[in-house]
Design a protein around this ligand. Structure first.
Ligand SMILES: [Zn+2]
Length: 472
């Protein structure tokens, strides 16, 4: 029986979807103005595991995650570079898809873009104005927070408390200081759409209300995102959707914790590793995923380069074990011992059923791995095969240890060095070629190899005992 922690109730709840057997899940995606960082990686991996697990236990899941492609930061980047805003967002969507792939995240069923749903947003804003929950002011439209008694229910705050905690800018267009924009009049060179209130663009929160109900209906089952989105973003989504439709927006609210950079925050090494791309180039995307999965999604995650290095080493060891098992089991064909398999899969499910406790689930993975090694040592092929099958199932959900082990280890051998597009193997081959060239007095070729390597960031050092190399 799956239990999930619901931010709205503040409690662990038994998971019961609205339509038995099916789950609608909406997760707030990224604003595409730059490369995604490890904070994004955490949210992406956490909800990818949740998505995979819901499917694993037999639900028909419809997973929707939006792309925010109109926003102040995108507009600013576009102005700075002198290119259209759409170009900035398209480039970053392509980069985002690369990051998703290296993190081994499944694509959601739908990835709607804000700019393709302006009509739906305008319609929803119109409904809110008709219900007197929103008002127009000089081309802007604001949501009137004091008209909705439930405002603050997700973040468990009253309007007065929000006022006390917030730095409030005086804006005489707003009737209440906490009112938020549904629509903003555009400045001359900003992207703009026609609306009943003049040319403008949507506020940030309205897109998720419009797109979630369009694709999942209202109410739907799970709404997710980082816990930094609880207020104001998700609070405002609830205000918009529940205010307009008069019914609940989502049955369960799930929020992942933040990434803690701790003392590393200021250090250059951690700063350089902030993007998913940089982590993946150095250690592989699966190592970052392994790090994320090791911590329960709601808790804080301590990130450091050292931890990432450890995860990489741990992952290499996992694949070495899996390679050994696959080789041994292919030579000693055995039927899978189902009870051995079930023991570890059940244990894994028990962990995951407790609010997707991936750190416990990972412990089941390692138990199965150790047991598999013992059975291999004892030539107990059926039990070893049972463990191997359990590991395969668990890996399908966690996305760790799911690659073909031989291919993984092979890819590590040829892994390119950071700051250079060559692998150690390729560099050694070129050094060998240079030695041969010099022996045959082809000094032009020898020099060419040396210069070529230098241009690619590799410095050769000749000594009486031979040639060594280092990165520049
Ligand atoms: Zn959202």
């Amino acid at each position: 029986m799956l239990k999930v922690h619901d931010t709205l109730s503040g409690k662990l709840e038994v998971f019961e979807p609205i339509n038995p057997g099916a789950v609608g899940m909406y997760v707030c995606g990224v604003t595409v103005y730059d490369r995604s960082h490890i904070g994004h990686a955490r949210a992406l991996v956490c909800f990818d595991v949740i998505y995979r697990y819901l499917k694993f236990i037999g639900y028909d899941v419809k997973f929707v995650r939006n792309l925010t492609d109109v926003d102040d930061k995108i507009i600013k980047r576009a102005v700075d570079r002198g290119v259209p805003a759409q170009q900035v967002s398209e480039e970053n969507i392509a980069a985002f898809n690369e990051d998703m792939a290296v993190l081994r995240c499944l694509r959601p069923d739908l990835e709607p873009k804000a700019t393709e749903h302006i009509d739906e947003m305008i319609e929803l804003i119109g409904e809110l104005i008709d219900k007197d929950l929103a008002y127009e002011a000089q081309g802007d439209v604001y949501f009137a927070v004091d008209k909705l008694p439930a405002y603050g229910k997700l973040s468990h705050r009253k309007l007065d408390d929000m006022m006390a905690g917030a730095r409030i800018e005086v804006d005489d267009r707003k009737r209440h200081a906490m009112d938020f924009a549904l629509w903003k009049a555009s400045k001359p060179d900003e992207p703009a759409w026609d609306s009943p209130w003049g040319k403008g663009r949507p506020g940030w929160h309205i897109e998720c209300s419009a797109m979630s109900s369009k694709y999942l209906g209202q109410p739907f089952d799970i709404h997710g995102g980082g816990n930094d989105l609880v207020f104001p973003h998700h609070e405002n989504e609830i205000a918009q959707s529940e205010g307009a439709k008069g019914c609940t927006l989502a049955r369960y609210w799930l929020h992942n914790g933040m990434v803690n950079l701790g003392t590393e925050k200021m250090s250059k090494s951690a700063g350089n590793m902030m993007t998913i791309q940089a982590c993946a180039e150095e250690y592989g995307g699966e190592a970052l995923r392994y790090l994320v999965v090791g911590t329960h999604y709601r808790g804080p995650l301590d990130f450091s380069v050292e931890r990432l290095q450890e995860q990489k080493k741990g992952l290499d060891r996992i694949y070495v074990c899996l390679t050994r098992a696959d080789e041994a089991l292919s030579q000693n064909a055995a039927t899978v011992d189902e009870s051995t398999k079930a023991k570890y899969v059940d244990d894994f499910r028990e962990g995951m059923d407790e609010d997707f406790n991936t750190s416990r689930a990972l412990a089941s993975f390692h138990d199965a791995l150790r047991a598999m090694n013992r059975h291999l040592d004892a030539h107990e092929w059926s039990q070893a095969a049972g463990c191997r099958e359990a590991l395969r199932d668990i890996a399908t959900v966690l996305g760790v240890g799911a690659q073909d082990p031989c291919e993984y280890l092979d890819s590590q051998k040829h892994q390119t060095l950071s700051g250079c597009d060559l692998s150690a193997e390729e560099i050694e081959a070129l050094i060998q070629e240079r030695i041969e060239a010099r022996k045959s007095k082809n000094f032009a070729r020898a020099d060419e190899i040396r210069d070529d390597l230098k241009a690619r960031g590799i410095i050769l050092e000749d000594s009486p005992s031979g040639t060594t190399w280092k990165t520049a």
